[in-house]
Design a protein around this ligand. Structure first.
Ligand SMILES: [Zn+2]
Length: 75
């Protein structure tokens, strides 16, 4: 019975150590995975279509899907 308790204690220590080690490696990943964030989207003020922020046409009042819609909305 005494050996069973020692074995249980050893398993507990190993399990704790593995959890601590996994947390240590997981702390390294956000720096590498930080670039893989989702692309931000905006809705066109004229037609409501969602476009990625880098591809959106920015006008005086907001963002648009195309220069044509910006002209039509801000004219
Ligand atoms: Zn549009």
């Amino acid at each position: 019975m005494k050996y069973l308790l020692l074995l249980l204690l050893a398993l507990l220590i190993i399990w704790q150590w593995r959890g601590w080690r996994d947390r240590g490696t997981r702390n390294d990943t956000p720096a590498a995975g930080g670039a893989a964030r989702p692309i931000e989207m905006v809705a066109c003020l004229q037609c409501g279509m969602h476009v990625a922020v880098p591809e959106a046409v920015t006008g005086r009042l907001g963002s648009y899907c195309s220069a044509a819609h910006r002209q039509r909305h801000e004219a």
